[in-house]
Design a protein around this ligand. Structure first.
Ligand SMILES: [Zn+2]
Ligand SMILES: [Zn+2]
Length: 290
């Protein structure tokens, strides 16, 4: 039987009301635009070393570092630029990051407060919406299993459980339980670029769900497919070919298995029992791998 049909898609309509009210107050949009600004800022920071080296090379070529009495670029400007690149810009970046986290905390508290005042609504009256999303996971365990960024493990089709309050049926207002996913593939890809070694998956969420501009938090989740990384996670250059498992030492004596992908060169020396082909991995996880 097709399990997809057994599940219902529902979204909490009250979230839309809440969002409309917040839109009027201009609160919601501000917070959400912040997320995009932050993404752009982090991208900029990644290319910062290149910008800095470029500026230094230009200064060097224009004679800023030479002993000539009359260089094209005066020594004071070169010195000022060096101080700026090494001290001022990084300091500014740190301040901006502090600013981001302060405003994120504020808007989280504000959202929690507004959520506490939500009226109870009959779930059967809720608007229905297909909740399809993207997220990043690691693959852990001797037998591979999905592991979310919070450390919770799950199979290809699961109901969320609340670790903190066992009587919760996630998602619960005011709690963080439930399966999360981005609506937009781009946001998941950005997260992947910050967390190398993880994988991008495509999921469908079911049951009661909270919806906001960028994502969902819902009751149950089915993983549709996993995106096979293009490059080897070791050399970062050659195309990835196989999955391999290796162990990592966790807290205490806790040893856990961690799966990554390797190219045909970097896989040499890995014992055959610690390798899985894409097809084998797809069978073990019971999801498509593209
Ligand atoms: Zn909970
Ligand atoms: Zn490699």
């Amino acid at each position: 039987m097709n399990r997809r049909r057994l599940k219902i898609w529902a979204r909490i309509a009250i979230e839309w009301k809440l969002r409309d009210e917040q839109n009027r107050a201009g609160v919601f949009n501000m917070h959400m635009d912040l997320k995009r600004i932050k993404q752009g800022f982090i991208r900029l920071i990644r290319i910062y070393p290149l910008i800095a080296i470029g500026l230094l090379i230009i200064a060097y070529l224009l004679g800023g570092f030479s002993e000539q009495s009359n260089p094209l670029v005066p020594r004071t400007i070169v010195l000022g630029m060096l101080y700026g690149l090494i001290i001022v810009v990084p300091l500014l970046a740190i301040l901006i990051f502090v600013g981001f986290s302060v405003s994120e905390d504020r808007s989280r508290n504000r959202n929690l407060k507004s959520l506490e005042n939500l009226p109870a609504e009959d779930p059967f009256d809720l608007a229905q919406e297909e909740m399809c999303g993207f997220k990043i996971v690691s693959l852990t365990g001797e037998l591979p299993i999905f592991t979310g960024v919070t450390g919770d493990t799950y199979k290809n089709d699961e109901n969320a459980i609340c670790k903190e309050f066992p009587d919760h049926v996630p998602p619960v207002i005011g709690c963080e339980c439930g399966f999360y996913a981005f609506k937009n593939r781009r946001d998941a890809q950005f997260e992947l670029s910050i967390h190398p070694g993880l994988f991008l998956i495509d999921v469908d969420l079911f049951g009661i769900g909270f919806s906001h501009k960028y994502g969902y938090r819902a009751e149950s989740q089915r993983v549709n497919s996993l995106e096979f990384p293009k490059r080897c996670m070791r050399c970062k250059v050659l195309p990835a070919r196989v999955f391999i498992k290796s162990y990592k030492i966790g807290y205490g004596n806790n040893v856990w298995w961690h799966w990554s992908v390797r190219c045909s060169l970097c896989v040499k020396g890995v014992k055959p029992e610690n390798r899985l082909t894409i097809e084998q991995m797809s069978q073990k996880l019971n999801v498509e791998i593209n």
